[in-house]
Ligand binder design. Sequence first.
Ligand SMILES: [Zn+2]
Length: 236
Amino acid sequence: MRSTGSHRSHGKIGADAAVGPIQRSSGLAEEVYDAIFSQLMALRIAPGSRITVDNLVRELNVSQTPIREALGRLEGEGLVVKTHLVGYSAAPQITRRRFDELYELRLLLEPDATRRTAHRIDADGLAALRGTAGVMMQPDAADERARYSTFARQDAVFHDTILAIAGNELIRETLAHQHTHFHIFRLMFHTRVTEEALDEHDAILAAFENRDEQAAEQAMRRHIERSRDRLLPAFD
Ligand SMILES: [Zn+2]
């Protein structure tokens, strides 16, 4: 956290042990979540390593409450594991087998869904996707790790939006449940992973603009295959 001002703990002193709703309006919970998410994505918290609440309290200079909430949310996203009597740790890296299975699943579902999206997409959908792609392009040289974790999240949003427009909620839920993008971006921390994907997303957007179903399907297939090839060296 940048600020260590007392306003951050306002209303929270002594509240950690209390039973009750966690304050969500302050934005603090979101900020703490983002900070830990970013460390996990950029491998500053190594896969499999212990995460102690006390360390995070010191490092982020906030109370336990937002940290526990963030860790619970990250647990739901498969990035953090909570073990009885041991506590929290960063989820281990996905295995090569799991990686292959994830990409096989994506290649079965996403190109076909993308073809349907090209048929169904309207101006609002196109604007939403362009907006997401735009966030991914914004350079933030000041903090490469924050940029990387933002990219991972926006990539998840980009692909989820395409699936939402395609219209099959079960396919969308199935892929969302895998938290694919969080796991694959955590395999390595490298700017090449993000730069090449931008061009591939552009090709998908261009096909949507032209309502070209076949080009959209092909562009998504190529994007997923290239993404797989970019990340495979993580297993060497
Ligand atoms: Zn992508």
